[in-house]
Design a protein around this ligand. Structure first.
Ligand code: SF4
Length: 349
């Protein structure tokens, strides 16, 4: 029986080189194939004339490319956000978001179809876990956004990635890191590792591994509650990795990596947005090399909470200043296209 084809986008440049040598061809062909795909956006074998016909025939019979057709596309009224519902080969759907902030384009990328973490306010959490994405399915989302920019023809390229879409990236560690290696490869899309931000809900073993591996990507940790009980009510995974363990892991990461951690705090009216809550965050994080990102809740059908208003958010931020904690209040971009993760996929299922 013929083995399953290898997915090109699952391979790092080194893995492709080894594969091509195993077939008995020169590594030069691997380098040219890599450049066709990642530098020239060519994925049709017939459009690769610089590769010998015999090599092309072998590669075509052994390799396949990840294709993620657009099942649905929405543009926000403010023009800053485009959301894509992309179809996987098994017909599941994932979300990828293109966001424009001043002077840069960021892609928000999914790492899983669904999510096992069950955060109560999150549409993806409400839908449950379907499966991990392969590295190539993560890479292909970034390529999709970069292609959108190329087609627009204004000289813009994708420069930033946030792994904050559907899924918990540290629950799919190996595929996420392989994808990051591919996207940051200097002979490809060439994203700087400092332009990649990974957001975790607090998977402690993954944070420790990230610290030990010394990968210079930004780490964001979703906190949402500053006591074990309050956090566990919003983020069930806190029962597995309690707050004190999470804080130990974060301090280890900061010390080992000499890097700041970004803490995400979803502001939910009447739930975790009081002055007492802000003081609790201040006491918890005081002295850490940390920044707090305050994000008013994206309302979802499965959760009754409402977003905190601007005044209460500013009061919260003011209290954090008393603890010398820098913070930002994030704008809720793309609300009209359900830009909170999982909302578009849920509405289409
Ligand atoms: S917030 Fe993130 S970790 Fe939590 S359920 Fe949603 S996708 Fe999963």
């Amino acid at each position: 029986m013929k083995p399953e084809p290898i997915n090109f986008h699952d391979l790092t440049r080194e893995a492709l080189r080894l594969q091509v040598v195993r077939w008995g061809f020169s590594p030069v062909h691997a380098a040219r194939l890599w450049a066709y795909v990642y530098l020239e956006d060519v994925e049709r074998w017939a459009d690769m004339p610089e590769l010998p016909a015999r090599f092309r025939a072998k590669a075509e019979s052994e390799l396949t490319f990840t294709r993620l057709p657009v099942a649905l596309e929405q543009h926000s009224a403010d023009g800053f956000t485009r959301k894509y519902l992309l179809a996987l080969a098994d017909d599941r759907r994932i979300e990828t978001v293109l966001m424009r902030f001043t002077g840069r384009v960021t892609a928000c990328i999914s790492s899983q179809a669904g999510c096992a973490m069950g955060c109560v306010f999150c549409a993806t959490g409400q839908m449950g876990f379907a499966r991990h994405l392969a590295a190539g399915e993560i890479v292909a989302q970034a390529l999709h956004v970069d292609r959108v920019l190329r087609v627009a023809g204004q000289g813009e390229r994708l420069r930033n990635i946030v792994l904050m879409g559907m899924g918990e990236p540290l629950h799919n560690y190996d595929a996420v890191m392989t994808a990051t290696d591919i996207l940051c490869d200097s002979a490809g899309l060439s994203l700087g590792t400092k332009q990649v931000t990974l957001s975790t809900v607090g998977v402690v073993p993954g944070i420790l591994r990230l610290a030990d591996e010394g990968r210079p990507i930004h780490l964001a940790v979703s906190l949402h509650g500053a006591t074990q009980a309050e956090r566990a009510a919003l983020v069930p995974v806190a029962k597995k990795w309690p707050l004190d363990e999470l804080m130990d892991a974060c301090r280890y990461y900061i010390a080992k990596q000499q890097r700041r951690i970004f803490y995400e705090w979803t502001l939910i009216e009447g739930k975790n947005d009081s002055p007492d809550n802000a003081h609790a965050v201040g006491r918890l994080l005081q002295g850490q090399n940390a920044q707090v990102n305050l994000i008013p809740l994206n309302p979802t059908a499965g959760y009754g909470g409402a977003p905190t208003g601007q005044d209460a958010a500013r009061r919260f931020q003011q209290i954090l200043r008393e603890y010398h904690l820098p913070s930002t209040i994030r704008q809720r971009r793309g609300i009209d296209i359900a830009a909170g993760c999982g909302q578009l996929a849920t509405s289409q299922s």
